[in-house]
Design a protein around this ligand. Sequence first.
Ligand SMILES: C[S@@+](CC[C@H](N)C(=O)[O-])C[C@H]1O[C@@H](n2cnc3c(N)ncnc32)[C@H](O)[C@@H]1O
Length: 311
Amino acid sequence: MMLADHVLLDPYSDVSMVLRENEDKKIMVEIGFGNGEFLAFLADEHMDFVCFGIEVSKKCIQKASKKLKNKGEKVYLMLGDAKFLLRECFLDETIDHIYMNFPCPWPKTKHEKRRVTSGDFPDVLASVLKIGGIFEVVTDDENYAIEIKEIFSSHKIFDCLCHNLNEPRKISTKYERKWKKEGKTIHTLRFIKTQKSTTYRMIEEGNEVHAVIKINGLTRDVLSKIKGICGANGPSRWRFGDCFESSDRILLLEVAVSDGDFYQQIYFRLIPRKDDLLVKVDPAVKAFATPSVKGALEDLCGFLKSNSTLK
Ligand SMILES: C[S@@+](CC[C@H](N)C(=O)[O-])C[C@H]1O[C@@H](n2cnc3c(N)ncnc32)[C@H](O)[C@@H]1O
């Protein structure tokens, strides 16, 4: 997708570059920006700031791109799960303000894992916010507001600054208008980070994953036997799928990988060279080098060694 005045980021490589280039500016993040009107409001409201918007929906990215056309290099969009992207792409103590406007409350108990606030989310915010940084959440759902208040108030790194009802705002988002029309009460909660904190990150060193193996004459028929084979290591899982061959004899192998609740569909590219075979993650899919990707690569290399002729 080509964007004119703002950018859809390649999260792993570009976020730290944007942060480095804007060290003197206020850094804000909006989680689940919907059609992007709150991001556009922030861009008009603030001068010295950079804002990252994180969304799981491609449709929202497209809608927001249109809204943000004339906002210059102040707003960057990231496609993916905010829980994962905040943790893996932002270093400790880098963000001043995190906004979440009308997160999906997922009220049923069996869906509670899908809430943005579930799992290690408070620990992630505790690490990426600067000391004095604010987490601000606005919701129409009273139970969700109470749950968020309990979770963050009992976290030793946060103090609850306020829980306001129907607080006047300069901006109203699409969902805010919808719920106000139905006469719902709007809850605004703010939490301040009070101490230094860090969290575990899955991707420790670079995002490059590859292997070189000394085997002869790998064919698509041999590789296709891996289809359906699964592997696991703790919360990381992988399953090999179909393989494809290009006209220049490069094989592509589809793999579904997951680390906890973070899923990726990746492809390994197997490139025959004069003396060996290079196996790497296909760069066309912006994959994260999570433990499941590394586990799948290790398994694939083991499979290739035992199913081909070694050099
Ligand atoms: C109810 S809508 C609110 C949209 C907008 N903030 C507003 O107030 O109109 C919730 C948004 O959060 C996004 N979302 C849900 N889970 C997410 C996650 N884990 N990471 C990023 N965005 C998420 C959804 O795609 C959706 O656009």
